[in-house]
Design a protein around this ligand. Structure first.
Ligand code: BG6
Length: 456
């Protein structure tokens, strides 16, 4: 027996990639409702219509042997504009979902923000650039904890906070004010998101003391391509900057020395308000991560250059690995490395909250998909996680897959499928959104129901 008795197996999603019903149930506009997507792809209005089909989907999860499901709450369903009254219809929807999960033996986990927020908060206050939004987030977190905390015992504040805070990517909404140093702005927003996270940790300790809360990073695993010491150093610096900065704040309650030095050296240290240092001391119970692939970095001169620029230029194809159509290199051993690195660094349990393989797929004449590649992908990742637990002594809480029932990708591309269940729609044609089991459906059910023993 390699996996602990109470090990979590299941799936993970976000609200905007599943729910649809973008203008129903008293929901306000979310930033995803107004953001243009690639013309060739879809928009977020329907997604896979989980809002109306949650019972059918939860029944499928039960069949797959899930004992855990992580979903995000759409902030603008609970507080439509972010600074107005609570929308009881939104609360009622999530109550129905939580109850349905529990009735089916599936433990729910709530993510409070998975890249989205009410559009009004961006228009009015420039999102997390404003401390007012930090306070409004705390209010939203408290409402969710008060309403759902009696049944939900696993919580996350921000999905992949190292992306949310460090990269003003399409997933974020803040606008850099004219004339302001973009880096100064970036690290201030990042800091404000840390404070928002910590305020929610503090609130959970008060409101639901028997619940657990985590920090989450999208783990960017960087390998040196050669024994050239420069490649090795770039990989180490990249790992510190991309992963360890956030991991250390979440688990040790303060900015790590390498980041303090970096920020001071560049003049980008954010403004700490009174009480911030104390708030950072609200650390997490465990560290969650998403892991899909690793990156290889080549040797190059990097002295006196910003590590973020260096990473952009240094990443090269890893000649030892195959990749998906979208260029994500498949590296099952990497998951063991990540689990070890985080556990040894923090001495806190780790939790794999996203892992999976995307593929372009269509139904065959038997109305299924022969997705052996996906079975291989998960088998090898589970085996390597098992090694981390058994051989390396890592304390790991669970293995949770991304997008177990097909959903549009983060860029709103439905063709980039991750699921064990095929959802029949294209980018532009919504059709009836019927669900069909892929070959991997029965395989993953067997794995989950045998607590990871039967990987054949
Ligand atoms: C994670 C995000 O980074 O990766 C998800 O939390 C996202 O929202 C997932 O969907 C997979 O990425 P993509 O771009 O293939 O959907």
């Amino acid at each position: 027996m390699s996996f602990p008795k109470k090990f979590y197996w299941g799936g993970s999603v976000s609200s905007f990639q599943t729910e649809g019903a973008w203008n129903e149930g008293g929901k306000g506009l979310s930033i995803y409702d107004v953001r243009p997507t690639n013309e060739a792809f879809s928009d977020w209005k329907v997604a896979i219509d989980f809002y109306h089909r949650y019972k059918e989907d939860i029944a499928l999860m039960k069949e797959m042997g899930f004992n855990f499901y992580r979903f995000s709450i759409c902030w603008s369903r609970i507080i439509p504009n972010g600074d107005d009254e609570v929308n009881e219809e939104g609360v009622a929807f999530y109550n129905r979902v939580i109850d349905e999960l529990l009735e089916n033996g599936i433990e729910p986990m709530i993510t409070l923000v998975h890249f989205d927020m009410p559009y009004h908060l961006v228009k009015e206050y420039n999102g997390f650039a404003s401390r007012k939004v930090v306070d409004l987030f705390e209010r939203y977190a408290r409402v969710c904890m008060e309403r759902f905390g009696d049944r939900v015992k696993h919580w996350m504040t921000f999905n992949e906070q190292n992306l949310h805070g460090m990269d003003l990517k399409p997933s974020n909404a803040e606008v850099i004010p004219e004339g302001m140093d973009p880096n100064q702005f970036l690290f201030q927003v990042n800091h404000n998101v840390f404070i928002a996270h910590c305020k929610a940790v503090k609130a959970l300790r008060e409101l639901v003391p028997d619940a657990k809360i985590c920090g989450m990073v999208a783990y960017g695993l960087n390998y040196p391509t050669s024994s050239d010491p420069r490649a090795n150093m770039i990989a180490a610096l990249a790992n510190d900057f991309s992963n360890n900065f956030h991991i250390d704040v979440f688990t040790k309650g303060q900015y790590p020395p390498f980041m303090v030095n970096y920020l001071n050296k560049h003049g980008w240290m954010p403004i700490f308000e009174e009480g911030d240092e104390e708030l950072l001391g609200y650390t997490v119970d465990y560290m969650a991560f998403s892991y899909y692939s690793s990156h290889a970095v080549k040797a190059m001169d990097y002295a006196n250059r910003d590590i973020r620029e260096v990473i952009q230029e240094a990443v090269v194809k890893n000649e030892y690995l195959d990749a998906t159509e979208w260029g994500w290199e498949i590296d099952p051993e990497g998951i063991r490395r990540v689990a070890r690195d985080i556990y040894y660094r923090t001495c806190k349990p780790v939790f794999v909250l996203e892992n999976g393989m995307s593929h372009r797929e269509t139904l065959n004449e038997n109305m299924t998909v022969e997705d052996d590649y996906r079975i291989d992908y998960h088998r090898e990742h589970i085996r390597n996680l098992e090694r981390a637990i058994e051989e390396d002594g890592v304390e790991c809480l669970g293995y949770v897959t991304w997008g177990p029932i097909d959903i549009p990708s983060s860029q709103c591309e439905i063709a980039k499928r991750y699921g064990f269940v095929f959802v029949d729609r294209t980018e532009k044609e919504i059709k009836e959104l019927k669900r069909y089991k892929k070959k991997s459906f029965n395989w993953i059910a067997k794995v989950f129901k045998s607590n990871g023993e039967d990987l054949a």
